[in-house]
Design a protein around this ligand. Sequence first.
Ligand SMILES: *Cc1c(COP(=O)(O)O)cnc(C)c1O
Length: 394
Amino acid sequence: MSEDLDWQDYAIETQAIRVGHKRTPEDEHSIPIFATSSYVFESAEQASLRFTGKQPGNIYSRFTNPTVSAFQDRLALMEQGERCLAFASGMAAIMAVGMALLKSGDHVVCSRSVFGNTLLTFQTYFGKFGVTTDFVKLTDLAAWEAAIKPNTRFLFLETPSNPLIEIGDIAAIAEIAHRHGCLLVVDNVFCTPVLQKPLTLGADLVVHSTTKYIDGQGRCVGGAVVGSEAIIEKDLYPYLRTGGATMSPFNAWVFLAGLETLALRMKAHCDNAFELAKWLEQQPNVEKVHYPGLASHAQHELAKRQQSHFGGVVSFELRGGKEQAWKLIDSTKMLSITANLGDVKTTITHPATTTHGRLTPELRAEAGIKDSLVRISVGLENIEDIKNDLLNGL
Ligand SMILES: *Cc1c(COP(=O)(O)O)cnc(C)c1O
């Protein structure tokens, strides 16, 4: 039976479809949703063995659930990690990494171009408990190294970054981290394992918001952490069991289906985004386009080396300022005005007044986020329809 094949030897498209399902005696072809909060034991002795960890097996769905386990096994293999744990959201996964690995007095070095709530998690919440974080420019390797202190536990980055689509050199930053006895954690939401596998480049943990491309159709919120058996078993799993931000079986079932089409969708997202980026570069009212596939992108060579394609998110600066950016956004008829990304539907957003609106103007300027900047998460509609919709305002 197919369950026991050596799945490492198969391509990611095949793993995404075949891995994880442990067929029940009902011989079902599609993975069932195990809607059960708890599990029964054959005897008092078996219950005791399960609870003390002396015998593997399900106990309670806050700890393990067969539908969630199938999702974890599949994503672990796709990221070429040993083990994956699923969480209730991407933020719950990032919180778990901090809760499991940090203690009071520890230090974190974090890219300053990370998801807004990630920044707040380290600064505000871990900060409350005596963990300090320094934020550095993603592309400045010397700054990463200079920020490391004797008490630094891990480095955290997201590549490509949002909204300027800058590329961080995972292998180089992993080397710096390891030379100083630190771990490297990479948020792989923008690329997914289809475009980039940080663990193969030296990262120690990968975090995901499965809410984005892994779902791909904007239905469910979820997250995951992938890494070595040692870190997941010793540090992350005990925290999940106690912390309780577990992924629901229904959401895991949606994400399992999402993974099955992920490779196809990512290719289509990237093709559309590349086409749109090239087209935007030719528009007279567009001042600059940020997309790593363009030869004009500062880390074009690194992106080619590190990623198998350039991703589905494009941002660009208009001639003018906020007024022109808002006018463009409001003149679209089809695109969704929302800060979400990784959906089959194309979304358009104005970072300076939404996702990055809480930063002071000085910090925004330092981060390079201009008032004229517009970000598009390119969906899977026909590219000509997407261009035509933007043409209304360009
Ligand atoms: C959305 C997102 C997160 C947070 O994930 P949620 O599922 O919304 O909690 C973290 N990192 C990146 C890059 C994201 O886009």
